[in-house]
Design a binder for this molecule. Structure first.
Ligand code: HEM
Length: 137
């Protein structure tokens, strides 16, 4: 498959995961546990799909070099650094958050989820930004 389209598919997963995440946060704020659960499981599934596609893309296409200079280069690498660090942190955090919820340990779930949510959202938004900086701007 063409490089850009596989990257676009991968980025679509981040966008869908982020949208489901925001929906899930909104549902639980309204006290809708079923809606929250469905949205968060959807967010987790898209995040997992993203990870699989991302690793596959690394194998198939290698890394993309960013060759622009000037302030854009600094913006790109700053966003990439923040994204990479937080994305690494969010994997175990999301696993713990999900596992506590699925075992019915909701008080403990809530404690960790309050960290997981903003970090995950930042990963989703910066992931989307990286795509735009690489292929659109
Ligand atoms: C990894 C995905 C998930 C994330 C990021 C997440 C996020 C959150 C957040 C941020 C809260 C706190 C809301 C607040 O403080 O007002 C919360 C609460 C809650 N979540 Fe999740 N959640 C996830 C998955 C699930 C699942 C699968 C269930 C299954 C039923 C669930 C059930 C609940 C319940 C019952 C609460 C209320 C807990 C309480 O207030 O005591 N969550 N979640």
């Amino acid at each position: 498959m063409h490089g850009v389209s596989l990257a676009a598919l991968d980025t679509a997963c981040i966008v869908l995961s982020g949208a489901a995440l925001v929906l899930g946060r909104w549902r639980i704020a309204r006290g809708d546990v079923r809606g929250h659960k469905a949205a968060m499981l959807t967010a987790s599934a898209f995040a997992f799909l993203f990870l699989v596609l991302y690793l596959l893309r690394g194998q198939l296409e290698g890394v993309v070099h960013y060759d622009r200079t000037g302030p854009q280069r600094w913006i790109y690498f700053t966003v990439l650094t923040v994204h990479t660090i937080l994305a690494t942190a969010v994997v175990p955090l999301a696993a713990v958050t999900l596992s506590r919820a699925l075992r019915g340990r909701f008080a403990a779930h809530r404690r960790v989820a309050r960290w997981t949510f903003p970090i995950w959202l930042t990963v989703a938004v910066t992931g989307w930004l990286i795509y735009l900086l690489l292929y659109v701007f």
